[in-house]
Design a protein around this ligand. Structure first.
Ligand code: GRF
Length: 213
């Protein structure tokens, strides 16, 4: 797993795959930020950790780390650097990213953290969500594996919206990683539409929605 931040998604994966019979095991957490909370969470869980230079550009170092730990699937969660092309190529179809919006909207270079949620609020969108997608050479661009909607509420701030979206990330990412692992890493691995239960209905009553305009 590659992470630059708090590592709450890492925690969700650690919690989901705690049992020895779990379909996946977190073998290594790599960060370009030595102070990242993700590293602390990994150490606490007894998972191997490594740091790489802040700019994340050293493909050889990253490839050597992944090989040394026999990594089958790379998960990016809150990792803020573009993964070097050679690493993307080596793990094509085996590298996932979680993005806190419904791609292809509100993604791309510079669209991370609260900026994503600010852009959603500024757009007037009433629905946002979570996307888990394969990683390719462009930011937030690879094939989408799973998405889940999250309603935008009147009065939301970037913080309240981020918190609601993050809860869904913590459910969707383990579901996708589990499905991926059970399929033996096959990229043709889709979640059932109801994998997380019924999707929220942000505007259950169309007439009510119109009165808020
Ligand atoms: C998540 O919203 C993730 O989608 C985004 O950065 C945030 C990381 O959170 N890319 P955490 O570090 O997993 O807590």
């Amino acid at each position: 797993m590659l992470a630059s931040g708090h590592g709450s998604n890492l925690q969700a994966l650690l919690d989901a795959f705690r049992e020895p019979a779990a379909p996946a095991r977190i073998a290594l957490v790599v960060s370009n930020k030595p102070a990242a909370g993700a590293l602390e969470r990994a150490r606490h869980a007894g998972v191997a950790t490594a740091t790489i230079p802040e700019d994340g550009r050293d493909a050889d170092a990253l490839l050597a780390l992944l090989a040394r730990h026999d990594i089958a699937l790379v998960v990016l969660a809150g990792y803020l650097k573009r993964v070097p092309d050679r690493v993307v190529a080596a793990y094509r179809g085996r590298m996932l990213n979680v993005h806190p919006a419904l791609l292809p909207c509100f993604g791309g270079a510079g669209m991370y953290g609260r900026r994503v949620h600010e852009a959603v609020l500024a757009s007037g969108a009433r629905i946002t969500g979570v996307t888990v997608h394969l990683v390719d050479e462009q930011y937030d661009h690879g094939r989408i594996l799973a998405q889940w909607p999250v309603p935008v509420h009147a009065g939301d701030t970037a913080e309240t919206l981020a918190a609601r979206v993050l809860e869904t990330e913590h459910r969707l990412l383990p579901a996708v990683v589990g499905a991926f692992a059970r399929c033996g890493g096959e990229p043709r691995c889709f979640l059932a539409a109801d994998a997380l239960g019924p999707a929220p209905s942000p505007q259950p009553d169309f007439a009510d929605a119109l009165t808020t305009l």
